[in-house]
Write a protein that binds this ligand. Structure first.
Ligand code: ADP
Length: 159
């Protein structure tokens, strides 16, 4: 059984995240989406809300699960016997940060590899921050996020 960790903030999950999760789910026995709980980051959705949105958005992927941790991702990966971390690469600008993080994680846990995947071109320009900004300004984000996320954003932003 090869299980892999897909870490991130997922505030909220977008179709770009989902694209990567789907690709990983076809390659590995189990994919664990892990919400890195970083109290220093200001999030729109609580951890429980993010878990719920990911659960609903990945219901069609039977080998994809969701969890959260406050500890280092490589420690979480070790505790769960994961073989690797998966990260999405959208652009050259993602590369430098991801490269540095992958090397640091390898230095902390040499047995855990980092794998990179590219999403479908239509999701290359997408990130959670942009989606939240468009939604806050009344724009249509229905092609960028799962329907449950679209509804959750509308309800959150109307409060
Ligand atoms: P963001 O706030 O930028 O969406 P996250 O921390 O939630 O970032 O992202 C978790 C992982 O998912 C990262 O590896 C990130 O590069 C990847 N990711 C985010 N959006 C996309 C996308 N549109 N296509 C591919 N990968 C993505």
């Amino acid at each position: 059984m090869k299980n892999i960790i897909y870490p991130g903030t997922f505030d909220p999950i977008t179709n770009g995240h989902l694209d990567i999760a789907e690709r990983a789910s076809s390659l590995f026995d189990e994919v664990m989406i892990v919400i890195a709980n970083n109290p220093r980051k200001n999030s729109l959705f609580t951890i429980d809300e993010r878990i719920d949105l990911i659960d609903q958005s990945t219901a069609h992927l039977k080998n994809v699960h969701v969890s959260t941790t406050e500890s280092l991702i490589v420690n979480f990966a070790r505790e769960n016997n994961s073989v690797a971390l998966i990260r999405g690469l959208r652009s050259i600008s993602d590369f430098e940060y991801e490269f540095q993080m992958a090397l640091m994680n390898r230095s902390l846990a040499p047995e855990i590899s980092t794998l990179f995947m590219m999403p479908d071109e239509k999701y290359m320009h997408l990130n959670s921050t942009v989606v939240k900004e468009i939604a806050a300004l009344g724009g249509d984000i229905s092609t960028y996020v799962p329907e449950v996320v679209n509804a959750a954003l509308k309800s959150k932003l109307s409060k």
